[in-house]
Design a protein around this ligand. Sequence first.
Ligand SMILES: Nc1ncnc2c1ncn2[C@@H]1O[C@H](COP(=O)(O)OP(=O)(O)OP(=O)(O)O)[C@@H](O)[C@H]1O
Ligand SMILES: [Mg+2]
Length: 513
Amino acid sequence: MGNETSPIVSIATVTKRFPGVVALSDVSFDVGEGELHSICGENGAGKSTLMKILCGVITSYDGEILLKGSAIKMRDTREAEDAGISIIHQELNLVEELSAAANIFLGREMTTSLGLLDDIAMEQAAAKLLTELECHVSPSALAGSLRVGDQQLVEIAKALSLEAEILIMDEPTSALTEAEVERLYRVIERLRERNVTILYISHKMDEVFRLSDRITVLRDGQHVKTLERAETSPREITHLMVGREIDEGNLRADRELGDVVLEVNGLSLPWPGHARAWRLQDISFQLREGEILGIAGLMGAGRTELLECIFGASNDVPQGEMLLSGQPIAFRHPSEAKDAGIAMVTEDRKRLGIFAEMSVGENISICTLDACARAGFVVNASEQASVQQMVEHLRVKTAGPEAAITSLSGGNQQKTIIGRWLLTHPKVLLLDDPTRGVDVGAKAELYRLMDQLCREGIAIVLTSSELPELLTVSDRILVLAEGRLTAEFDRDEATEQKIMEAATEGAGSTQSA
Ligand SMILES: Nc1ncnc2c1ncn2[C@@H]1O[C@H](COP(=O)(O)OP(=O)(O)OP(=O)(O)O)[C@@H](O)[C@H]1O
Ligand SMILES: [Mg+2]
């Protein structure tokens, strides 16, 4: 496909500098009309920056963008949308205080003949779009009340409503579980039938290879190569991305488990006003020192809620018993959990994770500041040393600890948050989909780091929307379906198939709710 079609977009010697960083350096390649063109590269390679230039978010750069052969210069996203270019951002971009429908039609509100906002018409149109995406949330629900996966579908609905000719998707599946990813693929298929050109960013090689006509690799802001999908392999792409071989090694070899550190008995979480009545029902398990316990399940199964209950972060009060090192615990606030030695990395870094107005260094040290102060250290020196160490340890790509957190690429922000919690030296580390949006190389580093932490006696509970990841790192895997525990597998007996079967068990209605 790729080569024979005429280019709809030509990127010509595009360079973008930020203070201290060259995000894009002399990048040139073409995108064919109607093709699905994937952009691959490590965290910080420049993928999102390039897409932001294409959709009018970034307006100052060197070089040229040609649309159907003519140079264009977008002054804002509105101009890009008028030119037929829409984007679904990596960091969700909804106004949380507005309804799903209002978000979809933001800036293009429908009005009645009297000039009033026509909420009914907008909600009807939104319902139609959302139904097309097989998304079953109410159009009048506040965007902020939706979970990440549904928010993402609202953004896609917005792009659909704009009837974009060129649709940019920046890691659209990173918050979705398997069933929802399949649903998105069906949407993409329908868009392609309408000859929509799709620029697709993903760190997941399986989906890049399933969807793409062509693949462009960026590394350190430079264009490395553009290849026909049929003529390359995941191995080659990964190699071009990182410029070295990645060794995942045998992470779990002879790791020894210690005493039970966390015990959960008959945990239930009420769900007031909901037909199912319980978000979680009668969950029991034990976690040992040095163990990685994987939690699998579809979106809505209760994975996040389970971690939130342990961390004292759930909205409703859980029932049942939890013990930490044999002592009963019932945290009412995450700060109590933190003091007791529990840390949690949340799935939605924008809403719950990063402090957008602070620097990289402050974001890393924010949870440990008082520890430094209490131990009588000069806060700044020790803080700086441990922050610097963490930045190096996790290979966070940043101009320095003083840089604004918002200047980091998505994956590097995620590494920053993980680093923050590691500095608290927790007994139990709760990781809610921690590698979402993290590139292959950094993922391998994180797996190694998790393994190392376990060897030091930390216990980890991990959820992931990627089954291969759970199978790679977990000692044991629990499967949740609609708030109940439906299976438990040892690492040796677990397979993707068995997990998927348990995850959809008893679910006549597997829709995410
Ligand atoms: N607003 C900004 N200010 C300063 N530097 C920035 C800004 N936006 C991006 N950068 C830097 O530009 C480089 C490229 O970032 P970009 O977000 O394009 O990476 P990416 O390839 O999308 O990575 P990821 O896979 O992590 O999303 C990074 O070094 C990043 O820190
Ligand atoms: Mg990005």
